[in-house]
Design a protein around this ligand. Structure first.
Ligand code: ADP
Ligand code: MG
Length: 336
């Protein structure tokens, strides 16, 4: 077997059996379109991410991890809006049919789809000239107030979920390896301790849904804390002060220099934690959520009034001095 329809049948039709109890999906992989319905009075949140071999993932990445991540990064967008997943679509361009790769990839994808009740209900499969390209579209259900980027208010506390810096550190070490550098024993351990953060990000869906009605603004951190939080600040037309020593650092980064930690934590991408702002009087509720969900939630700064229509993030150190950074985060079209 190797045809397009065999691939779909064999690797991407598993959802069929799981749809009997699904309240949303009326028709999955089968026809020209999939069909789903939503709960009366609710709205659809949708998002798409594109992943290209060599740009977003290494050619030799574990395909199971890639299947997980392709869906996880999209579910993270739903989480950032406070949406509940309904279903997803998968577009796949492959240079050839590699059964082992497809089997592992689809297993990783389905494991996460099952975990968060987000069945794969359709997609497209085609041959590419070079390399693998993946695109996942997710659909979720929301009801106002959504967690938007433009709702931060002066006086809000800025929060971040989980711990930061591990994915960036793993990526730097993998880049070194790709360049032919032999990692030291210490670097090897560091890679082992940080790799899961890069390859198996966990979408913060329960947290996002719980923050509706508590948080004013939210987003998920994909391109780096500073750059992404900058979107909240600009779109909300406010400024912010971030106390860098409060930022939650992944334990494995403990032995790194403060400069390395700072770069990893403030500018490192691929994080998929939520950054949100909430009124100071809701802090006890945020901390209670942290306990209830077992997710660290850390207050890292606050929203202030903008000066002369400049919407800026001021990062300060423990002495209250502003910290200056060479770059803010990842930008695919950056010219430098
Ligand atoms: P069409 O030619 O009408 O676009 P296809 O023959 O491409 O339909 O697809 C047949 C069925 O398989 C459709 O239901 C489509 O959504 C589904 N499908 C195709 N590729 C994938 C995929 N990678 N993942 C999930 N479903 C897929
Ligand atoms: Mg098609």
């Amino acid at each position: 077997m190797s045809g397009e329809f065999d691939v779909i049948q064999r690797y991407f039709s598993q959802t069929k059996g799981q749809l009997s109890n699904n309240p949303y999906v009326k028709l999955g992989v089968a026809d020209d379109c999939a069909i789903f319905q939503t709960t009366a009075g609710k709205q659809i949140a949708t998002s798409k991410d594109l992943l290209i071999e060599g740009r977003h993932f290494f050619s030799d990445v574990d395909p199971y991890a890639l299947g997980h991540k392709a869906l996880a990064v999209n579910l993270s967008d739903l989480a950032a809006m406070g949406a509940k997943p309904i279903a997803c679509l998968l577009g796949l361009a492959l240079p050839s049919v590699d059964e082992k790769w497809l089997s592992a990839f689809s297993s990783g994808f389905y494991a996460l789809a099952d975990k968060y009740h987000c069945p794969l209900i359709g997609g497209d499969t085609t041959r590419s000239e070079h390399g693998i390209t993946l695109s996942v579209t997710v659909f979720g259900e929301v009801q106002p107030p959504y967690l938007m980027r433009n709702q931060a208010q002066i006086g809000d506390i800025v929060w971040v979920s989980g711990v930061l810096g591990a994915a960036h550190t793993a990526l730097e070490l993998l880049f070194l390896e790709k360049q032919g550098v032999t990692l030291s024993a210490e670097q090897g351990i560091l890679l082992e301790q940080t790799r899961a953060a890069l390859e198996y990000p966990e979408p913060r869906l329960a947290l996002g849904q719980s923050l509706v009605g508590i948080a004013h603004a939210a987003l998920d951190i994909s391109d780096g804390f500073l750059q992404d939080f900058g979107h909240i600040v600009k779109q909300s037309q406010v400024s912010a002060i971030i106390e860098e020593y409060r930022l939650p650092v992944h334990a494995a980064l403990e032995s790194l220099s403060w400069a390395s930690k700072r770069t990893a934590v403030l500018t490192g991408g691929d994080v998929y934690e939520l950054c949100f702002t909430a009124p100071a009087q809701r802090s006890a509720e945020v901390l209670a959520l942290s306990q209830q969900l077992g997710i660290p939630l850390t207050a890292v700064g606050h929203i202030v009034a903008p000066q002369a229509s400049q919407f800026e993030v001021d990062v300060i150190d423990a002495d209250g001095k502003s910290v200056v950074f060479p770059r803010g985060g990842f930008d695919h079209f950056a010219t430098e």
